[in-house]
Ligand binder design. Structure first.
Ligand code: NAP
Length: 407
């Protein structure tokens, strides 16, 4: 059985990885120009197709039949060939519904702001309306726009269905969350980076914050069911989601100098077969001198500047285990650089167990005083706290349990 993904410019897509987990069919990438569409769809070489930007609407004239949801949304993201007939489905609908359910948010009876008016927004609106939400669509050129959001201070949920904040244009957020005091959560359909500026802001306010990776996997699961004409248990969504999250996000270790970051990182890298990156080594490489010499020549200020540059670059990448320097939390800007694509673990070890040899700041300063200053920052930077007073295996097991969704 041959299936694949049809689009115009596909770049790096997660779909082949996801479909490999879903069924024993070939899954290829087909980048086609608009003028090639008809010929491609009429050839009978493929039994199933996913369709993405910009063809979700333009494939419809070539199809023999549409599912009721595809018909209602006027968009198709899955095509199957049955007895020579092409049937169009829309599995983004199931994907987004599954995302809302997974988030734990309940939109029924509440005001939900949906940003953007493209194809993804239409799906989101339909799902939310069916779930009983009071949906308000925000468009740059609509009646509800970014200039009159003060009319919606009672919004309980916000869904970003615009490309604002998506890689490589990371950084901007479509709205400032301060204006919505009753907000319970934010869903962003973007999944690269894992946390857009909007999601980082939501996390900082302790709101539910979820990216679009779950939706991507869930819609693929329903597509695979259509391809194979057989049901797949919903549990498969979670398994693939966890696996993909592990492959595409960074794992970042922070903590006091000597708290075991490098040792734990090495063990994690081995267990997960991921690249290990020691931020201090990268800083020394960038400065072309060892860390103590950087401190001697330029002082801590110079070191922190180099560190911020290195962490900015590392934070954009994915699939790495990053052991940071103990003081990286002293610069607030590093927080979002690290968290945008990673889960941050704070390794805690008792101060009397921390070694000081070869650590410039630990040797010259009072460790207790250093901890008092840094503790709130470790708290602010981290997603999870790990006790590293026991043995190495125990600390790594705690991290693996979190990463694999056991705790
Ligand atoms: P789209 O058609 O390109 O854009 C959606 C809407 O965003 C536009 O109609 C526009 O609405 C608004 N917009 C575009 N540029 C903007 C800007 N610079 N500032 C503010 N608003 C802007 O995209 P789409 O296909 O609907 O997808 C939207 C997002 O969802 C994309 O990031 C896509 O990757 C993601 N997505 C994810 C999944 C998933 O499975 N996770 C599935 C589908 C889509 P107005 O002109 O009305 O403001």
């Amino acid at each position: 059985m041959r299936c694949g993904l049809l689009g115009e410019k596909l770049g790096h897509s997660y779909s082949p990885q996801i479909h490999k987990e879903l069924g024993a069919y070939e899954y290829a990438i087909f980048e086609k120009k608009p003028e090639e569409l008809e010929c491609f769809l009429r050839s009978d070489a493929l039994s199933g197709l996913n369709v993405t930007i910009p063809y979700k609407r333009s494939v419809i004239p070539y199809l023999d039949e549409l599912s009721p949801i595809a018909q209602r949304l006027g968009a198709v993201n899955t095509i199957v060939r049955r007895d020579g007939r092409l049937i169009g489905h829309n599995t983004d609908y199931f994907g987004f519904r599954s995302m809302v359910e997974q988030s734990g948010l309940s939109p029924a009876g509440k005001k939900v702001l949906v940003l953007g008016t493209g194809g993804a927004s239409a799906t989101v609106q339909a799902v939310l309306a069916e779930m009983g939400a009071n949906v308000v669509v925000v468009s740059r050129s609509g009646e509800n726009n970014y200039e009159n959001l003060h009319q919606h201070v009672d919004a309980a949920m916000l869904v970003n269905a615009t490309p604002v904040g998506m890689f490589p244009n990371v950084g901007p957020s479509p709205v400032c969350l301060d204006q919505f005091p009753r907000l319970e959560g934010v869903l962003d359909l973007i999944y690269n980076p894992a946390r857009t500026r909007l999601l980082l802001d939501a996390e900082e306010r302790d709101l539910v914050a979820m990216n679009g990776l779950w939706m991507l996997v869930a819609q693929a699961k329903e597509s695979a069911e259509w391809f194979m004409n057989a049901p797949i248990p919903d549990e498969k969504i979670r398994q693939i989601y966890q696996k993909l999250k592990l492959q595409t996000e960074n794992i970042i270790l922070i903590g006091m100098p000597g708290s075991g970051k490098t040792t734990v990182a090495k063990e994690l890298a081995q267990r997960l077969d991921h690249e290990l990156v020691d931020a201090d080594e990268k800083i020394a490489e960038a400065a072309r001198m060892p860390i103590p010499e950087i401190f001697r020549k330029g002082g801590e200020v110079y070191f922190r500047q180099l560190e911020a540059k290195v962490l900015k670059e590392l934070g954009k990448q994915s699939g790495q285990i990053i052991a940071t320097g103990g003081g990286c939390v002293t610069d607030r800007v590093n927080r979002d650089q690290l968290r945008q694509n990673g889960t941050v673990f704070w390794l805690q070890r008792s101060l009397d167990k921390l070694p000081t040899t070869g650590r410039p700041l630990s040797q010259t300063g009072d460790l207790r005083q250093m901890y008092r200053v840094r503790e709130p920052m470790y708290q602010l930077f981290s997603h999870h706290t790990i006790d590293n007073d026991g043995d190495l295996e125990a600390a790594v097991d705690q991290i693996m349990d979190i990463l694999e969704g056991r705790t």
